[in-house]
Design a protein around this ligand. Structure first.
Ligand SMILES: [Zn+2]
Ligand SMILES: [Zn+2]
Length: 147
């Protein structure tokens, strides 16, 4: 186990030191195989893959005009190409976006996030939203008290 932490530049606990939050999170990341990402106290840059169900249900269209290009491979669409339409309405070659969504859940163009099958990540997102909500509530409270 020590090897993991050394590889990542994390030091092991000194005698009598309590395991801290960061290490707990680190273990979590290792379990999800995401330890190669820089750890910043936020979820690593690359969220988990999009939920298989969602990906399966993305509408596929056939390109009719060829004046736009696929943001992943940067090639112009050819009329007749198969493309997937994301919920954010961005279009990608089916082959390009499917490969992309196997790695991460967001639109490569605008970062619109699809649901994932990763319970840990979904919980993280919910918690983050709650935290943002709490902050908003506090700001509102603060403003109503001091303005
Ligand atoms: Zn493409
Ligand atoms: Zn998009």
């Amino acid at each position: 186990m020590a090897g993991y932490f050394e590889e990542m530049g994390w030091t092991e606990l000194a005698d009598g030191e309590q395991p801290n939050h960061l290490l707990h999170m680190a273990r979590f990341l290792i379990d999800f195989g995401m330890y190669e990402d820089n750890f910043s106290g936020e979820w690593p840059r690359l969220p988990p893959p999009a939920s298989k169900e969602t990906v399966k249900n993305l509408p596929e269209i056939t390109i009719e005009d060829d004046d736009s290009s696929c943001p992943i491979c940067l090639k112009n669409f050819q009329s007749g190409d198969k493309a997937k339409k994301m919920p954010c309405l961005h279009l990608f070659h089916s082959t390009c976006i499917l490969k992309w969504l196997e790695r991460t859940n967001s639109c490569p163009f605008c970062r619109f996030e699809l649901p994932t099958d990763n319970e840990g990540y979904e919980a993280f997102k919910k918690e983050k939203k709650r935290a943002e909500q709490r902050k908003e509530d506090l700001d509102t409270l603060h403003n109503s008290m001091f303005s």
